[in-house]
Design a protein around this ligand. Sequence first.
Ligand code: PLP
Length: 384
Amino acid sequence: MPFTQLQTELNERAAQGLLRSRRTVDTPQSPHIVVDGKPYLAFCSNDYLGLANHPQLIAALQQGAQQWGVGAGAAHLVSGHFAPHHRLEQQLADFVGKPAALQFSTGYMANLGVVQALVGKADTVFADKLNHASLNDAMLLSRAQVKRYRHGDMEQLAELLVKTTCGRRLIITDAVFSMDGDIALLPELLSLCEQYDAWLLVDDAHGFGVLGEQGRGSLSHFGIASQRIIYMATLGKAAGVSGAFVAAEQVVIDTLINHARSYVYTTATPPALSVALSESLRLIAQGDDKRAHLQNLIAQLCNGLSDLPWQLMPSHTAIQPLLIGDNQQTLQLSEGLRERGICVAAIRPPTVPQGTARLRITLSAAHSAEDVDQLIKALHEHAR
Ligand SMILES: *Cc1c(COP(=O)(O)O)cnc(C)c1O
């Protein structure tokens, strides 16, 4: 059996401090979790508004299951598209200010589907080097020409656009970079799109629910709108449930319904999830106090960590990475915090570039100021 080779590769990964494994959590998603019988204070979820275990969403999901059962039973184009899916899509489109929206099972699938449906061999995709893995995989799968530009480098992007004269042009970017927490220069990207007749796919996995008026996301944050923008956001992070959606012009959505393979060839998500998501959307829209609390926590963390031997990366969002550099040292720091009862994820290559291993601290409106204080104290103790 050719398993020894697999084992050797895993051993090599382990020697480099890169082996990944999972920990089983025995309590619901929250800042306070129990792992292997031990309580921890956690700073590693993307549940930015604390909705993943919200009583109103639990009630909505229960009611949704009572009315609609637990399974969709078929793909959307067959007999799996139910009234709750349809209602949610209209609500999502209205919320982000687009004519139409389409629900996908996951954000990963949404990105694969959109890029593959909109561009092909004759076309070109322009991508920020720090984009999420799902966007990277999407552009490879699409078989379009790929041009990657240095993170946030609009000059290099403009040069690449000038040189590309035929086919469709699609710029793809994280809105809030998932491992860095900084926000893409969306107004600049949009004006490049106008100048060079390109489309802009914005992946707002970490902005939807958190940024902008009533949590409408990064387009609202910048006050920009354009038919050229294809907006994608996930529903398993701030929205607290599961899934994703794409919002765009009707003709784009109709194209996705016909050509996005990760939409067409998969069973629809349970309609009860869409019932819960409609309720989540209501809570997001009413969540100004949650977002204000989250902003306070971010400021508290940045102030509290300004004098550590490691630098917080330049982020104003709920993603606050502490740059360590070395893989083993990052693991040791994460372990040291764990011994003090605190969970923070160690992020290493290939998720981030070589030499930029980091602790990815994420804050949630469900944290208290005391929780954040505890993390600040533990990091200072470890630094000594
Ligand atoms: C999480 C994430 C995704 C994937 O979304 P899922 O719903 O978890 O599959 C896509 N893009 C970015 C930027 C993300 O952070």
